[in-house]
Design a protein. Structure first.
Length: 264
């Protein structure tokens, strides 16, 4: 299997899906929006975009036969296979349904439990983040490089607030509040893109709880390939399936863990 050729095909699918999202956002009406839970929206757009992605990825059987799917909207049944596509057709739905941005299309390919390719596309900015291996992370063809910020002071930090905030997540936010005068915090609303912003050196770190594999798999792989670091809140590597992530340039990681995640 040629990963770069496969990635090129996936990028085209992500781009086409992004164009569909842009067109439909302007036509979206309040009556078309459903609630899966408090602040957790879903629309016909999510479902249609996912169906299009699944159909397109199934069409790549010549390059990757019999891959399984792990999807947000369950338009295809999950089956355990050697290769699995992990896809979020619309990451940033809350932004999307309010006519806001950013939002993104996120596609990762896993071999067993290891991500081997990631594509994240921002259709509004027309920014395509993608990676196929260490040192091979790019944005619209330009190599990505993490920032050199080594301290929390004057750091530029992204974070998110989950739909359901447990006790630990609430404590992490309280820890972060104590740092508000030291650095700049931003919520952009698309985990996949915000991890890519760390890969691009825009943000120095990003943390979030209550996440799903399709929110982070592609972005975390892209960051890793750009020289950054990801961990769960315990400092381990269960950040794709563990529902929590700290993504950083690597240099600031230890201080973020100590000051914000652990609150020491």
């Amino acid at each position: 299997m040629n990963l770069k050729n496969l990635c090129n095909e996936v990028k085209m699918l992500a781009s086409a899906t992004g164009e569909f999202l842009k067109t439909e956002q302007a036509a979206l009406k309040k009556k078309d929006i459903e609630l899966k839970g408090t602040r957790n929206y879903v629309t016909y757009v999510d479902k249609e975009a996912e169906s299009r992605l699944v159909k397109g990825l199934k069409g790549l059987n010549v390059l990757l036969p019999e891959a399984g799917f792990l999807t947000e909207e369950d338009t295809v049944e999950f089956e355990q296979k050697e290769y699995t596509w992990v896809i979020d057709p619309l990451d940033g739905t809350t932004n999307y349904v309010h006519g806001d941005k950013p939002y993104s299309v996120s596609i990762a390919l896993m071999r067993k439990k290891e991500v081997i390719m990631g594509v994240v596309y921002d259709p509004v900015a027309d920014e395509m983040y993608y990676a196929t291996g260490k040192g091979e992370a790019l944005l619209n063809g330009t190599p990505l490089k993490v920032s050199s910020q080594a301290t929390l002071e004057n750091g530029y930090i992204g974070f998110g607030i989950p739909y359901s905030l447990d006790e630990r997540g609430e404590q992490v936010l309280k820890n972060a509040m104590r740092q508000f005068r030291k650095c700049s915090f931003r919520i952009k609303g698309s985990a996949a893109l915000e991890i890519c912003y760390v890969a691009a050196g825009i943000s120095d770190t990003y943390f979030h709880t209550g996440l799903s594999p399709w929110d982070v798999a592609a972005g975390a792989f892209i960051l890793h390939c750009a020289g950054g670091k990801c961990s769960d809140f315990s400092g381990g590597d269960n950040y794709v399936f563990g529902k929590e992530i700290v993504a950083s340039n690597g240099l600031i990681h230890e201080e973020i863990m100590r000051s914000i995640i652990e609150g020491n």
